[in-house]
Design a binder for this molecule. Structure first.
Ligand code: DGL
Length: 265
């Protein structure tokens, strides 16, 4: 019960999920791994992402993690089963896609929903496949928006450049008449306000951190894995630069110290 939750992403975008977990579950300790040496995952092949995810899952398992959270849509799309195979049946694995799909299916029957994400996530067609499988009446329009994650990571949001890129993507015909938009990348909560403004509040914007934190709380309860102690946090990256460390403030709402571990050496 007192073991940490292991959480990983291609970089520091997954800190938006770590932050939501910290808010919802303040007693839960976290070991965060950001694979900054191999980022971005969004345009890598599924095989390579599975290779990276398997190594990270081994590492987090060796840290004694009681649960693994894949805080990256691209890795969730391609490596969910790989991570489950590595950690075995006794360690629950949560991805950032299924909890959002469940929310969509509950609330948008017969409606049209959009999804934006990296090329890897959108090309995998995981959201439309999962949503259609659960409820064929939901229409899904997907759009790859590969400029958004690097733009956010470089600190370009809430300015004229980000506004023009976001508008350019969201104006695409395929996304017209949607009732809700899934932000299918863990970097995108940072531009939620701008996306909302684009739609003038008429389209609901669904992002994963809050929804995933609730799914984690439910799973911990079901498995009787809730911690009662004070939380402890560890943030590890596979390649540390001062720019990554500076950007942690954007994603985790406070600057944190990163530890570098070259788990591939
Ligand atoms: N955070 C990753 C995701 O949710 C995107 C960044 C990347 O391409 O590595 O898909």
């Amino acid at each position: 019960m007192e073991a940490p939750i292991g959480i990983f992403d291609s970089g520091i975008g997954g800190l938006t999920v770590a932050n939501a977990i910290r808010k919802k579950l303040p007693n839960e300790s976290l070991v965060y791994f950001g694979d900054t040496a191999h980022l971005p995952y969004g345009d890598k092949s599924p095989e390579l992402i599975r290779h990276y995810a398997a190594r990270i899952a081994h590492f987090l398992s060796d840290q004694g993690c009681k649960m693994i959270v894949i805080a990256c849509n691209t890795a969730s799309s391609h490596a969910f089963q790989t991570v489950k195979d590595v950690v075995g049946p006794n360690v629950p694995v949560i991805n950032v896609i299924d909890p959002v799909v469940n929310e969509v299916v509950d609330r948008y029957q017969g409606k049209k929903v959009g999804i934006i994400g990296t090329k890897g996530t959108v090309d995998s067609r995981i959201y439309p496949r999962r949503i259609k499988k659960a409820d064929a009446s939901v229409k899904v329009a997907s759009l790859a928006t590969p400029l958004l994650a690097p733009m956010i990571e470089e600190g370009f949001f809430r300015n004229t450049i980000s506004q023009s890129i976001i508008h350019n993507y969201l104006e695409k015909k395929s996304l017209s008449e949607i009732q809700a938009l899934i932000l299918g990348c863990t970097h995108y909560p940072l531009i939620k306000r701008e996306v909302k403004a684009f739609y003038d509040g008429k389209v609901e914007i669904l992002d994963s951190p809050g929804i995933v934190a609730s799914a984690i709380a439910k799973t911990l309860k079901e498995h009787q894995l809730e911690s009662q102690r004070k939380a402890d946090y560890r943030f590890i990256v596979s390649d540390k630069t001062s720019s990554f460390e500076k950007s942690t403030r954007i994603f985790f709402k406070e600057r944190i110290s990163l530890e570098e571990l070259r788990i591939w050496d």
